[in-house]
Design a protein around this ligand. Structure first.
Ligand code: ZN
Length: 267
């Protein structure tokens, strides 16, 4: 009984710290492993992951959730069912897939018929999305493979499914500690923890893991640098905007990726 009470307090204490610490996240999102604030934030993020993983969802559940979210995506975006380079994209996904950590997740890439917007994203359960503009805009298969590998890395590193787990966790703790009806507020807290800027550290992780994935599949991950170079030329740095952005600036990502490739991957 004592252990159970201790565990309950432990969960609740971390959940409270979570709400207090999270607003600092966008300022902390960096890639320099020697930086104290980054080390501190990574430490905290590790605990956060540990906490949400006490309420796990199986990979099967993750794919079921992913399939239902995909139905919503299909309503929201114009998905192309006859894209002329679909088999080319499928080939890249097939080449990258054997090198992911969670081998049971099935990856499928969907093309959004959009010739003006550069975008790619993924959801839990292995559904990947890319606009036709993005496919055409990349200059080589290696560069495109880096973009796709980045999206696969988000799913492989559980970035999407942990967002679902956070909402479930907030709901469960709200109900358990504050009483009936408070689950909705807990759910809201979980949704707030998923707000855009708090994903910046996930972006750095997906850049590193995506580069590793591309490299294992025999692609040149240094072509990812070219991608950020081009994206960076479209962005103007603004310190205040940085705090609310979902993604770090491309110039910062380029610098981080270059350090990772040279120092860790020796590329
Ligand atoms: Zn991303």
């Amino acid at each position: 009984m004592y252990i159970i009470n201790f565990m309950r307090r432990y969960f609740f204490a971390i959940f409270c710290c979570w709400a207090i610490v999270l607003p600092a996240a966008p300022l902390q999102a960096q890639c320099n492993h020697d930086d104290n604030s980054d080390a501190w934030y990574s430490w905290f993020k590790g605990y956060e992951n540990q906490l949400v993983d006490y309420f796990p969802l199986s990979e099967r559940d993750e794919m079921i959730i992913g399939d239902s979210v995909h139905l919503e995506m299909a309503k929201q975006f114009k998905l192309s069912d006859k894209y002329e380079r679909q088999s080319y994209l499928d080939g890249i996904v097939k080449r990258l897939s054997p090198h992911v950590e969670r081998e049971n997740i099935r990856y499928q890439i969907h093309v959004i018929d959009e010739n003006r917007t550069l975008n790619a994203f993924s959801i839990a359960g292995g559904h990947l999305y890319i606009t036709s503009k993005m496919v055409e805009w990349t200059e080589s298969e290696d560069e495109l493979a880096f973009v796709i590998a980045h999206e696969m890395a988000h799913a492989d590193q559980k970035h999407g499914i942990r967002k679902v787990q956070k909402v479930l966790l907030g709901e469960t703790l709200g109900e358990a500690y504050l009483g009936k009806g408070w689950g909705e507020y807990g759910k809201l807290a979980g949704q707030m923890a998923n707000a855009a800027p708090y994903g910046q550290t996930d972006e750095y992780e997906a850049d590193r893991e995506g580069a590793l994935l591309a490299s294992k599949a025999g692609y040149d991950p240094r072509k990812g640098l070219r991608f950020f170079e081009k994206m960076g030329s479209k962005e103007n740095y603004d310190m205040f905007e940085k705090i609310v952005r979902s993604h770090p600036y491309s110039a910062e990502r380029l610098k981080c990726l270059d350090i990772y490739l040279r120092e860790e991957l020796k590329r």
